[in-house]
Design a protein around this ligand. Structure first.
Ligand SMILES: [Mn+2]
Length: 334
């Protein structure tokens, strides 16, 4: 059953929980702040209710998640492992069960054989849980959980509040995204009142860039190119080695690239060790880069998408720029 109103979902979720003592929490692969913040926020809330909770990450989370209270209890799934025993599965921030990655590939039957609660905020989520609460208008899964826990009357400890606050803050890019509404800020305020450690979250997310990452971003930005509102940078294997940076470093580069004045669409081209090229695309509202990513079998959101191209860096730049130009032109004609 799919619910969009936390008040209506509260009853069925309370009933499902009444029959369950051991609960397995899951989220999506390459877990971000909202995935882990939502997972750990839920863990703290359920533990306070006397439940036994296992938090299982589908793969290694983003580094800043490690600052969260309870992170030491997160187990990172390794392909081939069995799923821990449980009476109920609770998934957060997962648009589709398959986004649980190897856990889904290897344990699909188990996932659907147990009572399953899904709480999410992805517009593409089509439910699939015994009880699904999906609110696509909310900027983070943590926002949805906040309303659900309020509807259930389940209290938030300071630790739970800190975890939800990180989810909310990272998915909204610090409350910058257009889907942030007065209600979002009221929830954030309520989390601070509940004892959320804002400074811990801010330090972990914004004051923790590895020097190697900044070096790589600097090298890439030194050769920033632009043409009529389209900005792009290229990252070679040689640059990554010189900077001593890992694959995650370019997240920082893209994050800065999309802030350049006059940007309508931007692209980062990263050469991989296997000779393929990873593209990361961003755009302003109204310009759809997901369709560009799909040309090479990739995907994502309209304003943030990516793909892997089986060609050289030079060929990738030559192929992607015309497609980006077309996406930008299309918006002008809308
Ligand atoms: Mn999210």
């Amino acid at each position: 059953m799919i619910y969009t109103d936390p008040q209506q979902a509260a009853g069925p979720i309370r009933a499902a929980l009444a029959d369950a003592q051991r609960i397995l929490l899951l989220s999506h692969v390459n877990p971000d702040g909202d995935a882990i913040g939502s997972m750990l926020g839920t863990m703290h809330v359920l533990r306070a209710l006397g439940k036994e909770v296992i938090a299982l990450a589908s793969s290694a989370p983003l580094d800043y998640c490690a600052a969260l209270p309870g992170f030491a209890d997160v187990h990172i799934y390794r392909p081939g492992e069995s799923l821990p025993d449980c009476d109920l599965i609770w998934m957060v921030d997962v648009a589709h069960l398959s986004r649980a990655g190897a856990i889904y590939d290897e344990h699909q039957a188990t996932l659907v054989a147990r009572p399953l609660i899904i709480v999410d905020h992805h517009a593409t989520n089509d439910g699939g849980g015994t009880v699904s609460l999906i609110r696509a208008q909310e900027p983070s899964c943590a926002d949805v959980l906040f309303d659900l826990f309020a509807a259930l009357g389940w209290p938030l400890s300071p630790d739970a509040a800190t975890c939800l606050f990180l989810g909310m803050m990272t998915d909204t890019q610090s409350f910058q995204t257009p889907n942030v509404k007065p209600a979002t800020l009221r929830r954030a305020a309520a989390l601070l009142e509940a004892g959320a450690d804002k400074q811990l979250v801010v330090d972990a997310v914004f004051f923790s860039i590895p020097p190697s990452t900044l070096r790589l971003t600097g090298m890439a930005m030194a050769h920033l190119q632009q043409d009529d509102g389209i900005f792009w940078v290229v990252v070679t294997q040689e640059m990554m080695q010189t900077a001593g940076a890992d694959e995650k470093a370019t997240d920082d580069t893209v994050g800065r690239l999309q802030r350049v004045a006059g940007m309508r669409a931007c692209a980062l081209f990263r050469e991989r060790a296997d000779g393929t090229v990873k593209i990361s695309l961003r755009s302003i509202p109204g310009i759809d880069v997901a369709t560009v990513a799909r040309l090479w079998g990739g995907g994502g959101h309209r304003q943030a998408a990516g793909a892997t191209l089986q060609m050289s860096l030079e060929a990738a730049v030559a192929a992607v720029l015309p497609a980006l130009r077309q996406a930008v032109q299309q918006q002008r004609h809308e």
